[in-house]
Write a protein that binds this ligand. Structure first.
Ligand SMILES: NC(=O)c1ccc[n+]([C@@H]2O[C@H](COP(=O)([O-])OP(=O)(O)OC[C@H]3O[C@@H](n4cnc5c(N)ncnc54)[C@H](OP(=O)(O)O)[C@@H]3O)[C@@H](O)[C@H]2O)c1
Length: 232
């Protein structure tokens, strides 16, 4: 197993990113964070404890510098804009992270690894509408997040793609439970605290059983998780 000492968080200033920074510091990792120039001050609380590299996450030179010497990279994949933000970010991480580094990517349940996920009508409708409105107003390109994950799945890196349910704020309830396929009964509650999504991402760095998995997660205290915890 890789000795996890130094990690990079791509998208560190966002909500998920900031929680991941805290979990990583709690584990005494050396942390390098990448975020947009205009968001650097969102990381003020961590000043002196992490190295911040400002820049667009799909800027290959920014990522090259940020992931240098890192044993793990946590990447927030977001489909902003219509200029391959997600796939550009993922590709740069895949290209520049050192051989053998643990690469953990975040996305939502709508991403599928093997096509075996069973989606509710509500979720299918949400993705369809999100995709349509996003493209119409040129703010979000969900297809690009799909492309980003396709590239990750096809890579020969030590990847894990963590698929988040609907999210809520609130205190940690502990490590979320997971399943391989959306539609599995344990996931039915479809809710995870954001702080625990971040916890799952950070814990995945040192969990080799998650290599080449795309776990769909749900809060460990949700009714479906409690009802089906023996199923795993
Ligand atoms: N929201 C949900 O309900 C939900 C559900 C399931 C899964 N997820 C997954 O969870 C992850 C994080 O989601 P989140 O909702 O918690 O978001 P978040 O952590 O707030 O992250 C949003 C990220 O996008 C960046 N960003 C915002 N506007 C941008 C723009 N116009 N151009 C470029 N970057 C921009 C933010 O950077 P700045 O700090 O610079 O703004 C931040 O790094 C994503 O992978 C998402 O697919 C979310």
């Amino acid at each position: 197993m890789i000795n996890m000492k130094k990690i990079c968080i791509v998208g560190a200033s966002g909500k998920l990113g900031q929680y991941m920074v805290q979990h990583a510091l709690d584990r005494d990792y050396e942390v390098v964070g990448v975020c947009r120039e205009k968001s650097v001050d969102k990381l003020d609380a961590f000043k002196g404890h992490i190295t911040v590299i400002p820049g667009a996450t799909n800027d290959r030179e920014v990522i090259k510098k940020a992931v240098e010497g890192c044993d793990g990279v946590l990447t927030v994949l977001v489909p902003w804009g219509v200029h391959q933000y997600s796939s550009g970010t993922a590709q740069a991480v895949l290209d520049y992270a050192r051989a053998g580094a643990r690469l953990i990517f975040s996305c939502g349940w709508h991403i599928t690894l093997d096509g075996q996920d069973v989606y509710s009508r509500t979720l299918k409708m949400q993705v369809k509408l999100g995709s349509w409105f996003g493209r119409l107003f040129r703010v979000v390109d969900i297809d690009d997040q799909v492309e980003a994950c396709r590239r990750v799945f096809a890579s020969n890196t030590s990847w894990t793609v963590v698929r988040g349910s609907d999210l809520e704020e609130g205190e940690s309830q502990g490590l979320p439970v997971w399943s391989r396929h959306v539609g599995d009964p344990i996931l039915e509650s479809n809710m995870t605290r954001r702080v625990d999504f971040a916890l799952f991402m950070v814990e995945a760095l040192e969990n080799n059983e998650l290599i080449h998995e795309a776990p769909a997660i749900v809060g460990c205290q949700t009714p479906s998780a409690l009802a089906h915890k023996g199923d795993q």
